[in-house]
Design a protein around this ligand. Structure first.
Ligand SMILES: NC(=O)c1ccc[n+]([C@@H]2O[C@H](COP(=O)([O-])OP(=O)(O)OC[C@H]3O[C@@H](n4cnc5c(N)ncnc54)[C@H](OP(=O)(O)O)[C@@H]3O)[C@@H](O)[C@H]2O)c1
Length: 244
């Protein structure tokens, strides 16, 4: 298995990579922090990865994506799976006050992913195969007061993936949208945890299952599908009064 892992140093990406390293996968890793990339690449090799290479990149700079994807494609030769994992949890209040902050967060959580998908699709179309897996969020299913900038960016990506999935059907390219609920990771380090929280390892297992079973949209864990159906059914005249 040849894997392009974007946002490779995220807790979920690392758990995903460790599972595939044990199956002797090949990896091209992209993330921001060179030292963490080096550490991860070494760790994956010790766990059984057949080969690893990596490159540091700030994914907010979309103009660099084309070259980065080209380098990844040259290293892996044939890419079986591309998993996009990077993201940031914005300060909602600051984003409401300052458009530049909102734009930056929408770029990181939304536009940068669309830019990456555009380049990955070129690789997949050339080889007439591939699985594109993208982590979005249940936050994209309905705009909630505490995090609608993040939610709007994730919703942008989910809608994009829905359309892209159909367009890529004739090319033998599979598109899967991974929608985690609450995950205990560095992104949520400051949150108080409760029964609805899951681990990066559990999310990684579900991503692997979704890729292997060619699912379209995976709520992770599955109970989030039911939770979000209920959240989406709440009439707007009530929902607009909720601060959840
Ligand atoms: N944790 C949750 O509750 C939750 C729920 C739903 C969805 N998600 C999504 O799951 C994905 C993985 O998140 P996680 O929970 O594993 O959190 P995480 O461990 O904090 O990972 C986030 C990763 O994104 C990277 N990143 C942020 N901005 C970047 C940029 N401009 N360029 C390159 N890399 C950048 C971070 O790199 P640095 O270390 O360099 O900052 C970090 O590796 C994200 O898309 C997130 O939105 C998370």
């Amino acid at each position: 298995m040849k894997i392009l892992l974007i946002g490779a140093t995220s807790a979920i990406a690392k758990a995903f990579a460790r599972s595939y390293a044990e199956k002797s996968a090949h990896f091209y890793l992209l993330a921001r922090n060179q030292n963490q990339l080096k550490e991860l690449a070494n760790d994956l090799k010790i766990r059984g990865a057949s080969s690893t290479s990596y490159s540091a990149i700030d994914l907010a700079h979309t103009k660099t994506h084309s070259a980065a994807m080209r380098n990844a494609g040259e290293f892996l030769v044939n890419v079986d799976v591309a998993l996009i994992c990077h993201g940031s949890l914005p300060n909602q209040e600051n984003c409401e006050r300052d458009y530049n902050m909102a734009e930056q967060e929408i770029t990181v959580n939304g536009l940068s992913t669309i830019s990456l998908c555009t380049e990955i699709v070129k690789i997949f179309k050339n080889q007439n195969s591939g699985t594109l897996a993208v982590i979005t969020s249940v936050a994209g299913d309905r705009g909630r007061q505490p995090n609608f900038i993040y939610g709007a960016a994730k919703s942008l990506v989910s809608t994009y993936l829905q359309g892209l999935r159909g367009k890529l059907l004739p090319y033998n390219i599979h598109v899967v949208d991974i929608k985690p609920g609450l995950v205990d990771s560095p992104m949520t380090a400051e949150f108080q945890k409760g029964p609805l929280w899951s681990t990066p390892e559990l999310v990684a297992d579900k991503i692997i299952d979704s890729i292997e079973k060619k699912k379209h949209t995976a709520y992770v864990p599955g109970y989030w599908r039911l939770i979000m159906v209920i959240v989406c059914l709440i009439p707007e005249f009530i929902f607009k009064r909720l601060k959840i």
